[in-house]
Design a protein around this ligand. Sequence first.
Ligand code: NDP
Ligand code: HSE
Length: 435
Amino acid sequence: MTSSENNKPVGVAILGLGTVGSQVLRLLGEHETDFTARIGGEVQVRGVAVSDASKPREGVDPSLIIDKPEELIDREDVDIVVEVIGGIDYPRELVLRALRAGKSVVTANKALVAAHAAELSAAADEAGVDLFYEAAVAAAVPVVGMLRRSLAGDKIVRISGIVNGTTNFVLDAMDSTGASYEDALAEATRLGYAEADPTADVEGHDAASKAAIMAALGFHSRVTFDDVHCEGITGITAADISAAKEAGQTIKLLSICERIVDEDGREAISARVHPTLVDRSHPLASVSESYNAIFVESEAAGQLMFYGNGAGGNPTASAVLGDLVGAARNKVHGGRAPGESTYADLPVADFGQVTTRRQIDMTVRDRAGVLAVISQTFSEHGISLQTVRQEAAENGARLIVVTHAAREHEIAETIDALGGDDEVLSVDSVIRLAD
Ligand code: NDP
Ligand code: HSE
């Protein structure tokens, strides 16, 4: 029986009342009448689960607060569970408990979805309920819905861009104001952009979870966090940022998901996250602060760009509430959103098979014949050079080499060989270049 048939309000449990949960609760209360009209029935918050029930919560009805999420989920008058706690193992238990009890789930938890989408989707299918996670990728930017619904009739070939607000904030602050890495990260944390443990942001794990979700949805295949090659921004130094600036470039942490053809001629998926040099004229170069931008290339639609607020309480609450409206409408009027689609079953390519372009910055001996020796090392590994620039340096000479596209394993072997080359004093930085 739907809620409209028995005229009962839709009961909602909110698990978590931190940066995101507090804004979800506030906006639900402030726009109650609008939500009722949009859904076609009333929504009532039955309770809010937190870890410390004794903490003061300004503006929150204390009778709603509970520190036992399981009790809240199990209440008969709860129809939809909103999970905004974070982490993987415990929220997995809670979400499965809700789904198995026939309650729809809305979550903002990319780490959970990227690790356990198969199990969670199967539980939702079995119970015939919704599992929504729009907020899990790029917060307010509607990427999940676009991939899951709007482009479901098209063939997507590439999804790329900036999907982590914290690292974009840090790199942008280092570039535009000369802020230190530590100060910029502290500010991003204060503003509520970073994960509970910001290591997830700076090591690229958060972006990798989002890449897994985007690749799975876009390519109708199973892609998990472990399938994504992931490099964060902890190795990026102030010197890298200023060298990029001098060369008319900036550094961004990009997530790239694409269909590739591997060395055996089979179609496969590449999903990767790594710092990337971007020309200042590139549209991604102007994506500042915690903003996100995602490009999608598909067969029929061509190129699409999505841009907006990718982190923080309000933007994330916007996406959570959109999902809540969708799930509540289905409770009121009946029906269910389509589940996941993994029919294409494309394999994930080994990272070594992926082709990228690199900029290699090294210090070499300043003497005749050095360039010839170094060019030889590249050509022995099948890599052709696009540009070579030499500058005077304190010890020896600085050589900045840009390669044409080459397979990752060829580049890795070349860098190893350069390290053992007598003419090379040090390989100072190796950064991939945007297409
Ligand atoms: P916070 O750390 O700010 O809030 C976490 C909330 O969960 C707190 O209210 C905390 O309780 C509660 N909690 C923690 N452990 C438990 C537990 N064992 N039982 C019950 N409640 C618990 O996290 P965010 O709001 O920033 O993030 C929540 C989720 O949203 C994460 O999955 C995150 O990845 C995702 N997300 C976050 C975005 C952001 O910009 N912040 C953007 C997009 C997604 P207490 O208040 O007592 O400490
Ligand atoms: N920590 C995440 C970010 C939150 O900075 O992008 C949004 O998913």
